[in-house]
Design a protein around this ligand. Structure first.
Ligand code: UDP
Length: 254
């Protein structure tokens, strides 16, 4: 499938114009970055694995009636998606304290929250993606009240779906980040809200239920071992490992 002009290059993905109007091609790079790109590396196989995670999760959500931008995976590194106008917010759902929340509130990591919590950050690297309140979102007109309510509702639905999927393979979903976009529907003249961007171990915290081992991007952020091995382990448990393997697959013994 021919991809069009490059629209945008981010830290882990490149977006190209798609073959039809209103579509884009999302290309997953092997680059890993953390701390606002202060720490960088290339992790061979990460792009292909994240493309598979995303396909698996978005296909599942689509089949439950959740509107997402995902259309289909094209090849090892690329997927076809609906083009959307990204809402400049990171929507974070937390089940257990970790990362920036634990730091901000002086909590230990690993404390089960009394119920899932939704937080919003304003997407701006130069400001370090600051935490914002619903009030800021409405006053700054980053999203309407009705879009905010839909985002919260969809974020909890994604949390239920993803928590169950992970629980089934012995993994606790600690937290995750999602993004939303607007799509103009020419047929009914309405703006639809779609789940966009990606869902992968780059944007989730995943802890092994038995051992507590981290199977997400914290392995890279905190130098805890081999990131490709951690992602491969999650993909193996979900039975979505690319054929022929990507990262450290079985080795031929000579
Ligand atoms: N996250 C993300 N992109 C970001 C910031 C956070 O995907 O730019 C994810 C992160 O992987 C974790 C969740 O959102 O699963 C919550 O991250 P947190 O706010 O704790 O920030 P961090 O500690 O990663 O800086």
């Amino acid at each position: 499938m021919a991809r069009g002009a490059k629209i945008y290059e981010g830290k882990a993905k490149i977006l190209y114009e798609g073959p039809e109007p209103g579509t884009i091609i999302q290309y997953f790079k092997d680059d890993a970055t953390a701390f606002n790109a202060e720490k960088k590396d290339v992790i061979e196989g990460k792009g292909a694995l994240n493309n598979r995670f995303c396909e698996h999760i978005m296909t599942g959500l689509n089949s439950l009636g959740m509107p997402t931008h995902f259309i289909r995976r094209i090849n090892a590194r690329e997927q076809l998606c609906h083009k959307v106008e990204i809402i400049p917010l990171e929507v974070i759902v937390r089940n257990v304290s970790a990362g920036s929340m634990a730091k901000r509130l002086g909590m230990d990591e690993g404390v089960q929250l009394s119920r899932p919590l939704v937080e919003f950050s304003y997407k701006d690297d130069s400001l370090g993606d600051p935490l914002v309140a619903e009030e800021h979102i409405e006053v700054m007109q980053w999203a309407t009240r009705s879009e905010l309510e839909s985002m919260i509702d969809m974020a909890f639905r994604v949390n239920d779906y993803l928590s169950g999927m992970m629980h089934g393979i012995g993994i606790k979903l600690i937290d995750f980040k999602i993004e939303f976009g607007r799509q103009y529907d020419e047929q009914d003249g309405m703006m639809n809200l779609l789940l966009a961007d990606e869902i992968s171990p780059d944007s989730c915290r995943l802890w092994d239920i038995e051992t507590g081992a981290k199977l997400d991007k914290d392995v890279f952020r905190r130098d805890l071992g081999n990131l490709a091995d951690a992602y491969t382990e999650v993909a193996r448990r979900l039975n979505i490992l690319p054929k022929g393997g990507t990262a450290s697959g079985p080795q031929l013994v000579k």
